[in-house]
Ligand binder design. Structure first.
Ligand SMILES: C[S@@+](CC[C@H](N)C(=O)[O-])C[C@H]1O[C@@H](n2cnc3c(N)ncnc32)[C@H](O)[C@@H]1O
Length: 264
């Protein structure tokens, strides 16, 4: 499937109604989608291009697009809590995940961050992602397959504790962590992060980021920075322009640090 191809059986379509409500639907020949506005036949979408408008049996019009990564991660089945799109975007830039980078990730969770990393490194890069819980690894694998069609060759989903990476002899340019106790892992992670490499950790509470920051400084990391991203969407119509009443006010803090040279 390319971005410009017509919709095919097996792929996902994001259906958006007149009030902006979004529904993620996996298309099947002869399938039907039920919602409060009635029923829509999948065959109305199959073989059509993005932007196709379909009318439900109840007379509501829905427009179909391929989901963006940001749409997909908010709708996909979750094992663990996902990293929100605003934080995915920030992680990719501030952890400086470049095309061709070797990236270590933990924990894989539901695979939202894994998907963003796959896109950012591209096929020239490599992502090794560890997950402690086999059922979460399986869920993440299914989510990656659902969005990318298959697990790309440059992604390796490993089961187990990320500490095990220390015994592999591998080296990484970037380490991206979304787990509760990253400071406990520094002795092992120090062994696999290349000098000048970047460690980025996503943590929900102030106590955690303080513990991590002090530990990073003790381990010789430099440029240790913590910040958060507040994303406020706006309501824009002909009659009024103002911020939306509701926003996701807190998700997590990002701490980013650079590894100093290895001691000789
Ligand atoms: C919040 S979730 C990660 C969500 C993920 N970033 C996403 O966007 O879908 C945290 C995950 O880390 C895993 N985890 C915790 N400690 C770990 C460790 N030492 N090694 C590997 N995985 C770990 C947990 O099992 C859990 O699934």
């Amino acid at each position: 499937m390319t971005a410009r191809a017509p919709f095919e059986p097996g792929e996902r379509v994001l259906l958006i109604d007149g009030r902006g409500r979004r529904y993620l639907v996996r298309l099947q020949a002869g399938g039907v989608f039920h919602f409060h506005g009635g029923v829509v036949s999948h065959d109305e979408v199959l073989g059509r291009e993005e932007g196709v408008a379909v009318e439900s049996a109840g007379g509501m019009t829905l427009v179909g697009f391929r989901p963006r990564l940001a749409d997909f991660v908010l709708k996909m089945p979750r094992g663990a809590q996902v990293v929100y799109p605003k934080d995915l975007a920030t992680i990719l830039v501030f952890a400086d995940v470049f095309p061709g980078a070797d990236v270590l990730e933990a924990g894989t969770g539901s695979g939202a961050l894994t998907l963003a990393l796959c896109r950012a490194t591209g096929p020239e890069g490599r992502i090794v992602s560890y997950e402690l819980r086999p059922e979460f690894r399986q869920k993440a694998k299914e989510n990656v397959e659902a969005f990318l069609g298959k697990v790309p060759e440059w992604l390796e989903l490993r089961s187990g504790d990320v500490r095990e990476v220390a015994g592999t002899g591998e080296d990484f340019d970037r380490i991206v962590l979304d787990l509760p106790d990253p400071w406990e892992l520094l002795p092992e992670l120090d062994r696999v992060l290349t000098p000048g490499g970047i460690l980025c950790s996503y943590l929900p509470t102030v106590g955690q980021l303080q513990t991590l920051t002090l530990a990073l400084e003790e381990h010789g990391y430099r440029q240790v920075e913590t910040f958060e991203t507040l994303l406020r969407s706006w309501h824009v119509t002909a009659r009024s322009v103002r911020p939306d009443h509701r926003m996701v006010a807190h998700t997590g803090f990002l701490t980013v640090a650079r590894r100093g040279g290895r001691k000789s």
